[in-house]
Ligand binder design. Structure first.
Ligand SMILES: NCc1[nH]cc(CCC(=O)O)c1CC(=O)O
Length: 330
């Protein structure tokens, strides 16, 4: 006999409206369909402040939660049940009414170099003096200035496809741009990557949480939490929580120059390496730390300890200087 159970309402999945964001939300929906095929799913894609304002340099937005506020309002009011975010766009402190429910398996966290089509270069070190790097990320430009002081930098905003079109436009000033490898891969543009950048090659530390998704729910929504638990990846979660704890302790917003790398050494030892760099690249502190991480508390403690070490090495002066020079925005 077929048991009749009350039909659950569709699970409403919210996301930003860019192609990348929608692809990510569809990926989560497809994974959920496999886990809970009896449920139905709806995706609602919303234009956020960060999507609407393409002119303000990212850096000038300050600490404002560019990509999350409108979505969180709908989550709290019950219009949405879960938001699929790029974890790196999620502030490290969420509103009291919301919580980070799960981090699925992380994709490639590295930054990637893309050269303007038709130019002969394939890596950063080949660029001539004055070559223009398109990026709106202070973390990226500061780190590149440190290593390649003869390069120039120009803002480039918009979604992945828009930025690529701006780069390739023969009339644009850009020689290359830097974007996240995961973002490019998800929208089928992996073939445009000319060089993967990491601390040991290209000299770039990625952003906190880069390459991972964050699934946000209403606080206390245990039903949705239980469903999303099945998508969570333990190692990705612990590594990302350590990175976010570092960022929270240093009180950096999403665009201050804090770079990080985390790596699992053996099965339960997490190594974290992090860097804070001044906007012009002239000053930087870098350190690394390794410890056993099996719980969320241990991951959080590792991030905090990493921050404490960077502060001891002079990070506070660099960050303070950046905050003083940041234009006031509300
Ligand atoms: N700040 C923009 C942003 N936020 C998340 C991604 C891509 C996905 C990710 O890196 O996690 C991107 C694009 C980029 O940085 O190139």
């Amino acid at each position: 006999m077929v048991e009749t159970s009350p039909t659950l309402p569709p699970l409403r999945i919210g996301t930003r409206r860019s192609n990348l964001a929608v692809v990510q939300a569809e990926g989560i929906r497809d994974s959920l369909k496999k886990i809970a095929p009896e449920r139905s799913y709806e995706i609602e894609a919303i234009r956020t402040l960060g999507d609407r304002d393409q002119l303000t340099a990212l850096y000038d937005f300050g600490a404002k939660s560019l990509w999350t506020t409108e979505l969180e309002e709908k989550l709290v009011s019950g219009e949405l049940d879960v938001i699929v975010h790029c974890l790196k766009d999620m502030p490290t402190t969420l509103p009291d009414t919301c919580e980070l429910a799960a981090i699925p398996p992380r994709d490639d966290p590295r930054d990637a170099l893309i050269v303007k089509s038709g130019l002969p270069y394939t890596s950063l070190k080949e660029f001539p003096e004055g070559a223009v790097v398109g990026t709106s990320s202070a973390r990226r430009s500061a780190q590149l200035r440190r290593l390649y002081p003869y390069l120039r930098f120009a803002n480039i905003r918009g979604n992945v496809e828009t930025r690529l079109a701006k780069l390739d436009n023969p009339d644009s000033e850009y020689t290359c741009m830097v974007m996240s490898a995961a973002g490019l891969e998800r929208v089928g543009l992996k073939y445009r990557i000319n060089q993967y950048l990491r601390s040991k090659d290209g000299g770039i530390f990625h952003a906190v949480g880069q390459g991972a998704l964050g699934l946000e729910i209403r606080k206390g929504d245990t039903k949705t939490q239980e469903l999303l638990d099945q998508l969570a990846d333990r190692k990705s979660t612990l590594a990302c929580l350590a990175e976010r704890s570092l960022m929270r302790t240093l009180e950096g917003g999403c665009s201050v120059p804090i770079g990080v790398e985390t790596e699992w050494i053996q099965s339960d030892d997490l190594k974290i390496t992090a860097l804070v760099v001044s906007l012009d690249g002239s000053e930087s502190v870098e350190d690394s730390l390794e410890s056993k991480v099996q719980t969320v508390d241990e991951a959080t403690a590792l991030g905090k300890e990493m921050a404490a070490r960077l502060i001891k090495a002079g990070a506070e002066a660099i960050l303070k200087d950046i905050n003083i020079n940041r234009p006031a925005k509300n």
